[in-house]
Design a protein around this ligand. Sequence first.
Ligand code: SF4
Ligand code: SF4
Length: 129
Amino acid sequence: MTEKCKDCGKCCLNTEMMLSKKEIILLLKNYPQDLQEEDFVLKNNEYFQLKNVNGHCVFFDISTKKCKIYSNRPQGCRFYPLTYDKDKKTCVFDEDCPRTHLFYQSHDEFEKTCEQIQKFLREYLDIKL
Ligand code: SF4
Ligand code: SF4
């Protein structure tokens, strides 16, 4: 976890983070313990997403406030707190993050990441934007 996120982990509580099929396969391959798809994957009407247990992401360690799969965390967790707003047709910071001012501070970085988010949504999650 980066310094920016130290002692926070708010975005790992009641997560609705999307998962691509490719990420599910990679996690099953790389997770050190015996992990089954049903342990961490939830399917909603449109896409797969991370499952919660006791109000937090199944991979969140509530005592240390750290992600247990940090180096293999899903792409959406890497982009966060930047997200894509389908109605506004642009990227926005998620209001749930209390430290958005620390992320993507330059215009170029913001725009570049926004393009990557849209590409990810289209190509890996098959979502029409
Ligand atoms: S991205 Fe925001 S909400 Fe998530 S851990 Fe970092 S500071 Fe907290
Ligand atoms: S995978 Fe890690 S970073 Fe992503 S929501 Fe779960 S605990 Fe948080």
